[in-house]
Ligand binder design. Structure first.
Ligand SMILES: CCCCCCCCCCCC(=O)SCCNC(=O)CCNC(=O)[C@H](O)C(C)(C)COP(=O)(O)OP(=O)(O)OC[C@H]1O[C@@H](n2cnc3c(N)ncnc32)[C@H](O)[C@@H]1OP(=O)(O)O
Length: 191
């Protein structure tokens, strides 16, 4: 199989996995179903272990075409407008897997989305790699599970190795969450 076909297969599996995780989070299977599921998952886990490859050859989280860069455990997002390193805008939605309680997304999953978006901005092609030094999230309104959301992320300013970034997550006109972060460009030899 070519690398491209292999990536396509991987993308298709990740898409199924996202649906699976949402279904699992919503379900209360009976004993027989639960047993079958556990058995099937164990079998697939063992099967996949035979195909383990080093980090440099992995596809997970590196899809150029799939939502969320091909990560099933990151809230669903797509970038519609990108002028990196200045600005990103797009759509997002938190599936049932990301439920915290009473219909609202888990508070930890919102900075996860912001870190992803900031990672995009701060590590665009041609830029030296950088990592999050801090990321602050302000929760302004509940992020409802399954709601169609929009986001904007932008570079506020750059001071030497430091990139100060900001972002906003909205449900219609309501700002649900805001974030600001510092990304620091790595020095040679930093992991
Ligand atoms: C190949 C990989 C690809 C990377 C590709 C990654 C893909 C993107 C993924 C998303 C990003 C992540 O989640 S990354 C994973 C989460 N983050 C991490 O694991 C980072 C762990 N922390 C670190 O590695 C380090 O602390 C760094 C690199 C962030 C900074 O360390 P350093 O390089 O020694 O920097 P240092 O000289 O101390 O500081 C530089 C300047 O930044 C300021 N500064 C540093 N930290 C802070 C801070 N928390 N709050 C305020 N200011 C700070 C300092 O005061 C200084 O300002 P001044 O005196 O110059 O004014």
């Amino acid at each position: 199989m070519t690398a491209e076909a292999s990536l396509r297969q991987h993308d298709a599996v990740v898409t199924r996995l996202r649906h699976f995780l949402d279904a699992l989070a919503s379900a209360a299977p009976d004993e027989q179903s639960g047993e079958r599921l556990r058995h099937d998952l164990a079998r697939w886990t063992e099967d996949l272990r035979r195909y383990a490859v080093p980090e440099s050859r992995r596809y997970y989280g590196r899809s150029p075409t799939l939502a969320s860069a091909g990560q099933a455990t990151t809230p669903w997002y797509v970038v519609d407008e990108a002028t990196p390193p200045e600005r990103l805008a797009g759509r997002a939605s938190f599936g049932t897997f990301f439920l915290g309680g009473r219909g609202a997304a888990h508070g930890g999953t919102i900075p996860l989305l912001f870190d992803e978006l900031f990672g995009w901005l701060a590590n665009s092609e041609g830029m030296p790699p950088s990592r999050t030094a801090y990321l602050t999230t302000n929760y302004r309104a509940v992020v409802g599970i399954g709601r169609p959301l929009t986001f904007t992320a932008w570079t506020d300013r750059v001071e030497g190795r430091k990139r100060f970034l900001r972002a906003e997550l909205r449900d219609g006109d309501t700002v649900c969450a805001e974030a600001d972060a510092l990304f620091v460009t790595l020095r040679p030899g930093q992991p």
